[in-house]
Design a binder for this molecule. Structure first.
Ligand SMILES: [Zn+2]
Length: 59
């Protein structure tokens, strides 16, 4: 599987940091490296996106 990284924008301080898309499964807690605010992945949006990219999406 490709090691795609996704830009995550912290909802607290708007810092952009990168995470591996395949690690962003539903329920994953992401912690901002700057302010320590955390966000939970609510659905499989990122992992679905990886699957779409592997299939070769038109974009
Ligand atoms: Zn933050």
């Amino acid at each position: 599987m490709a090691d795609l990284t996704i830009d995550i924008t912290c909802p607290g301080c708007n810092t952009v940091f990168k995470k591996k898309a395949k690690d962003l499964k539903k329920g994953t807690l992401i912690k901002c490296p700057k302010c320590g605010d955390s966000t939970t992945i609510r659905d499989d949006y990122f992992t679905d996106m990886v699957k779409g990219l592997e299939k070769g999406s038109p974009e």
